[in-house]
Design a protein around this ligand. Structure first.
Ligand code: NAP
Ligand code: G4F
Length: 340
């Protein structure tokens, strides 16, 4: 019998990599897809034609659709990747964020245990839950979230992951993943915004772009490496939570520099604060600072210690920071040069 996996958020960055990986392992993959006005299947591409791939229309806000998807797919494993995943937007839409990121998991778990009490569930928790906690952060660090997104994910982790595991014996675990990126990354996250903007500038399709806080530090890895850890967690004898990270952090400014290097753009910085700019080799301003992109409250430094995952799961990341920036910059450059 083929193993069956249900992935919520299959149309997102991680969902697309995970579906591909599980299909490659011989799984039957079911994806929960919400109705959108534009084609939500773009990232899945040819995978939608795979005989092992099935789609259920549904929404984490709607228990009935979850029940139906669970009854139809009868999954051995559930990967709950669906979320309002944009931290900046969560300050503007806190209720929606709580509704999907916290109550959504509650609905899913409640329905899942009725359909299949021995199901194994992966919850997409996040380093954003650490918030102000000093790095390096690991499974024993305290949580001090500063955004509605981080708060909703922490509540989901405490109430539904730890709660159902400890009180009801459910196999459910949190992957506390640090930032991970790829050519499939949403276009409003900072790394992808940078690689798209620099590619367009290089191709003469755009003059300049703006960013917010250049000094924030993140521990950036490759999504294709991180989804393997999700699968490893559900293969353990007993459920546990794991930090997944590279252990190395860089500033947003360093990501701009790495992506520019990959595209052969020589940057020079001048000015400070909101007046800082970056120029290209010809002295043309290509990057300015806009306070619109600063957040009401910022997580300044995330850097994970993933010793537990490396030891117990045998997991480690393969793609380096420079390799990631180059992969993303070159993918955008090639895609856009065909469109031009
Ligand atoms: P993403 O690209 O933004 O994908 C989010 C997915 O959730 C999309 O498929 C989206 O569908 C779906 N979704 C949103 N609201 C939904 C709803 N109400 N019902 C059903 N589906 C809904 O996010 P990602 O980067 O792949 O991240 C995957 C998960 O990991 C998220 O839970 C995120 O919070 C968490 N996480 C991500 C990172 C990271 O660095 N990437 C780090 C830590 C944790 P549409 O296609 O229709 O929008
Ligand atoms: O790329 P970001 O929007 O990612 P952020 O906020 O770290 O959240 C991502 O990682 C979390 C894991 O820690 C996930 F849980 C979450 O779902 C998401 O995937 O911003 C990164 C940094 C921030 O400090 C932000 O202030 O970049 C800074 N930044 C500077 N200028 C900007 C911009 N961020 C965005 N999105 N856009 C800018 O123009």
């Amino acid at each position: 019998m083929k193993k069956r996996a249900l992935i919520t958020g299959i149309t997102g960055q991680d969902g697309s990599y995970l579906a591909d990986y599980l299909l490659g392992l011989g799984y039957e993959v079911w994806g929960l897809v919400r109705r959108t006005s534009l084609d939500p299947m773009l990232r899945l591409g040819e995978l939608t034609k795979h005989t092992g791939m099935h789609i259920n229309y549904g929404n984490l806000r709607d228990s009935g659709t979850l029940r139906f998807a669970l009854e139809e797919s009868k999954p051995d494993e559930i990967y709950n990747l669906a979320a309002q995943s944009d931290v900046g937007i969560s300050f503007k839409c806190p209720d929606e964020t709580m509704e999907i990121n916290y109550h959504g998991l509650g609905r899913l778990v409640h329905e899942a245990v009725r359909v299949r009490p021995d199901v194994r569930i992966y919850q997409a928790s996040t380093s954003e839950m650490f918030g102000k906690t000093k790095p390096p952060q690991n499974e024993l660090s305290s949580f001090q979230p500063v955004s509605p997104y981080g708060e909703a994910k922490l509540l989901a982790h405490e109430h539904f992951v730890k709660g159902y595991r400890e009180k009801h014996g459910l196999f459910i675990c949190s992957g506390i993943l640090f930032n991970h990126e790829s050519p499939h990354r949403g276009e409003h996250f900072v790394t992808r915004k940078i690689t798209i903007s620099l590619s367009k500038i290089k191709l003469g399709m755009q003059d300049s772009f703006s960013l917010g806080n250049l000094e924030a530090k993140r521990d950036w890895g490759f999504a294709g490496d991180y989804i393997k850890a999700m699968h490893l967690m559900l293969g353990r004898k007993t459920p546990a939570d794991y930090v997944i990270s590279t252990g190395i952090s860089h500033t947003v400014r360093e990501f701009v520099e790495a992506a520019a290097r990959a595209l052969g753009i020589n940057l020079s910085w001048s000015g400070s604060g909101l007046d800082e700019v970056a120029r290209d080799d010809k002295g043309k301003v290509i990057l300015t600072i806009n306070k619109e992109y600063y957040r009401p409250n910022e997580v300044h430094h995330l850097m994970g210690d993933s010793t537990k995952a490396r030891t117990e799961l045998g997991w480690s990341p393969e793609v380096t920071f420079d390799g990631l920036a180059e992969m993303m910059a070159k993918a955008d450059y090639e895609r856009l040069s065909k469109l031009r």
